[in-house]
Each structure stands twice: as C-alpha cells, then as structure tokens.
Write a protein that binds this ligand. Structure first.
Ligand SMILES: [Zn+2]
Ligand SMILES: [Zn+2]
Length: 366
C-alpha cells in the first residue's frame, strides 16, 4: 500500500465530512473511470488510486487507522480482522469488473441498495361484457369464461423445481453481470439477483420458471342494477395470481350497455321524446307515456309548448351509488296536422282571427 495522501488525492481537507468525501470521489470517479477513458493507462492508474483513497476514507474505521498511522492496509490494521470485502488493486482486472467488490461499491454509490426479486401483486384484468339496456337497469347474473394466470401447482408458485433444467438468471441473462448507465458513464456490476453466478436454480418445466400458469376460469358474476357503458365492477382477487406469493390482482367487469330505440340514459336519468297533437298541447290532456317500468300517465297542461320537458320522479335508472332511482324526463314534440280539407283550413283561419297575437313580437323583441 502506498503512503499517498488520500486527502490530497481526493482534493478534500483532513476534516472533510463523509458527505464531502463521497462527493469529491464521485466527481473524480466520473472523470477517470476506465469506461470513460478507454485505453488510457494513466487515467486507469489515477482511478485506482482515488478509489483506494475513497475505500479508506469512506470507512470510519479505516479512516481512523489512516489518520492515526498515515497509512492503511488491510494487513497493517492493528489487531487485524479478517478481510471481508477485498480491496486489493494488485492485479485488478478491469475487463473482469463484474466480480470485483469494488464495482459493487461503485454501483451502490450511484444506485443505492440493489434489490432482489420481491413478491409482487398479480395484474388486474379487465373483461368486457355487453349488456342489454333493460338488463343494465335490472341487474343480471351470468357466467363468464376468461383466462387468468394461476399459481403453478407443480412448483407452488416458486418457479423452481429440482427436476427442471438450470435456469439462467433473468436479470443478467446468465452473464452474472449487469450493465448500468449513469449519465455518460457506463459500467458493469455484479448482478444482484444471482450474486454473479448467472444461475438462479432449476426452473420449473410446467411454468418455465414464472411460477404462474394460464388457466381458463369459469366465474359466476352478479352485475348490479344500474351499470352503464364504462362501469367497472370489481371482483377482488379474481385477477392474475401474485408473483412469489404476492397477493392476486383484481378482475374488473367493464360493461357496454346497448342503446334503446327511444330511451336515452344520461347518468341515472332517462330521457325520451313523445309526440303530442296541437289540440293536446293547447287544451291540455292526460297521455300515456312509456317508462322503463311500463306505461305511465302524464298530464299535459293547457298551453304546453313543443320542447317542454316533464319530469316523472323516480322513473329513471337505479343508481350504483345511491338507493334512490333517477327520474324520467319526457320532452313533448307538437305534431302539426297536415290539413287538406277546406273545413279544417277554415277552422284554423277562424282560430287565427280569434287569436291575433304574433309570437315573434315577444320572442324576437320586434
Ligand atoms: Zn411451476
Ligand atoms: Zn444474474
């Protein structure tokens, strides 16, 4: 080990904080990293030295030894403990970066703790269902067939089997190293999933190591009254099985409600247009109108105009959110008779003489 001044090498004061040391090292490492300076022996040498300095100064115990003795070596350490994470740069081979303890530190420096595969929640699934207008109002019970990923029974979802064939690590494709990029720097480090072995055990031949298998599922579902096009009804836990023991996803039934010949639904209200005669509009009448429950009577007051809307309370659609139902709105449309006979025309002219008002005067502010 050299007696180089590690502090000067990193360009920090002797009393520099751990953070300052780390920052200084990162800056220098970016500059001298062999991946940034391919074939530059001087940069490589410099890089080894600053890395060595950082290895010592970033470890409070080693730094203490260095500060006290002006040098540090794993072998020199007073009351030396056995080496754990080796930092021997003699014969350090950058082409074999992946297996060095150094690159792990380097990788952690930029990426923090690396993580092994963890249990994951299964995917949520969506199933489209077509529902008739009336079915949507009343609700329905039906059976659907869909495919979901279920836990593989052969390996109990672990993806491993003693009889299977050796499986290359999915993270590194069996190389034991993973490439990482940080800004303009690229470097490789030991694959955290397999610890550099490139293997993750023998994979289950049934599920090819996924731990899950596609399965056709038959499910009895109950669609509540009141669904609309786009309504998503959740069936908890009926989605894909989780990974490595994670919880299953959910199944969402998404409805498409077919249109009705004369009812139109907007929210929980139902709209329809009903034609009335001039006489019914002028004199008032009680007329029969369709509702989703069958026929109902609607009172048309005298002097009703075309386009006027009447409300039938509680005759709308059931609500998915509330216990009350929406309303029905009936828009009346006055149908003018096509008069051909002289008698009818005379009656209308007589009507005009008795009612000489000009409706445009008021409407258009003439
Ligand atoms: Zn399996
Ligand atoms: Zn791996």
């Amino acid at each position: 080990m050299s007696n180089e001044d590690y502090y000067r090498l990193l360009g920090v004061k002797r009393e520099a904080s751990a953070d300052e040391i780390k920052k200084a090292y990162r800056k220098l490492a970016r500059k001298y990293h062999p991946d940034v300076n391919p074939g530059d022996k001087q940069a490589e040498e410099r890089f080894k030295r600053i890395s060595e300095a950082y290895d010592v100064l970033s470890d409070p115990k080693k730094r203490g030894v260095y500060d006290a003795y002006g040098t540090y070596s794993d072998n020199f350490q007073p009351g030396a403990a056995p080496r754990d994470s080796g930092f021997d740069f003699a014969g350090f081979d950058f082409s074999n970066f992946g297996n060095s303890g150094f690159s792990d530190i380097f990788s952690q420096l930029f990426h923090g703790e690396t993580s092994a595969p963890r249990p994951q929640k299964g995917e949520d699934l969506e199933y489209q269902i077509s529902i008739g207008f009336d079915e949507a109002l009343k609700g329905l019970q039906t059976r659907i067939t869909y495919t979901r990923k279920d836990q593989c029974p052969a390996c109990s979802g672990k993806g491993l089997s003693s009889s299977g064939k050796e499986r290359p690590c999915p993270s590194c494709q069996g190389s034991g190293k993973v490439a990482q990029a940080h800004g303009r720097m690229r470097f490789t480090s030991t694959c955290p999933q397999c610890g550099g072995t490139g293997q993750v055990g023998k994979q289950c031949t049934q599920c090819n190591g996924e731990g899950r298998l596609r399965k056709t599922e038959n499910l009895e579902i109950k669609i509540p009254a009141g669904v609309q096009t786009g309504s998503r009804i959740r069936f908890a836990g009926k989605g894909d099985a989780g990974i490595l023991g994670g919880p299953p996803g959910d199944l969402y039934i998404v409805s498409t409600v077919s249109p009705h010949p004369f009812f139109e639904r907007v929210g929980d209200n139902i709209y329809c247009k009903v034609p009335i005669t001039v006489t019914e509009a002028a004199l008032g009448a009680k007329i029969e109108v369709p509702t989703v429950d069958g026929k109902a009577m609607l009172k048309i007051p005298p002097g009703t105009q075309s386009g006027q809307k009447f409300r039938l309370r509680g005759k709308g659609a059931p609500s998915l959110r509330a216990t009350t139902r929406g309303d029905q709105f009936v828009e009346v449309k006055i149908v003018v008779p096509r008069v051909a006979d002289e008698r009818s025309k005379e009656i209308l002219r007589e009507l005009a003489r008795l009612n000489p008002g000009n409706p445009r005067n008021e409407a258009l502010h003439f």
